[in-house]
Design a protein around this ligand. Sequence first.
Ligand code: PGA
Length: 257
Amino acid sequence: MNRRYRKTIIAGNWKMNKTASETKQFAEELKVILPKAKWCDILVCVPAVNIPAAIRAFKEMRVTVGAENLFYEKSGAYTGEVSAEMLKDLGVKYVIVGHSERRQLFGETDITVNKKVHAALNAGLHPIICVGESLEQRELGVTMDLISLQVKSALAGVAPDKLRKCVIAYEPVWAIGTGRTATPEQAGEVCTFIRATIRHLYGARIARSVTIQYGGSMNPGNAAELLAQPDIDGGLIGGAALKPDQFVEIINAANQE
Ligand code: PGA
């Protein structure tokens, strides 16, 4: 982390978990134990149907509500999809784009990720752009090539002033939901590489202002070490973000110099 230059963001990615009433219950439990944290921003990305409930439930708390996906068209015949404007209108600030589950299960590509990044930015939302290699790709030694391609494709055509609104999340696919975390060194190495890629494209000043998160089995036991890496500015947390006490422990782990 480097709080001098950029925000630290601890974000939950709830995936397809919790009903609207469970969202309310989570918020009530969190409220009791949430530190008056000033050392990081706190974000909870919830299923689209739960966004209004989440906005209501987290209203009095310093917790921002995000979405897990969007579609890139403004409106039209796209049954089942949700636009950036619709999210914005509900009070959403952040939206996850290109999560590996969407890439693997729902046909998301680098091209659709790029379109979604533009749609989010045009609506005034902050995209959290997910990149990450599979185990096979890591073993083949092509991790950095792949990350470079994913970052460059996602950001194609994004102007420098808009880049400041983007968050990048490095999520090695082999670490997501598996309990197998990247070591702090492995995660730190790729996050440093992501910043170098952005530096190459946009220059040093902008690159150092971009928040880069790590995601993939982050939990109370490994968060502090991961967040101690100079280029890891937060976490995108699945499983451990579903339990208020574990989520708070990770928030507390971000309280370090
Ligand atoms: P996990 O999920 O923390 O359950 O591994 C992270 C993510 O998919 O964003």
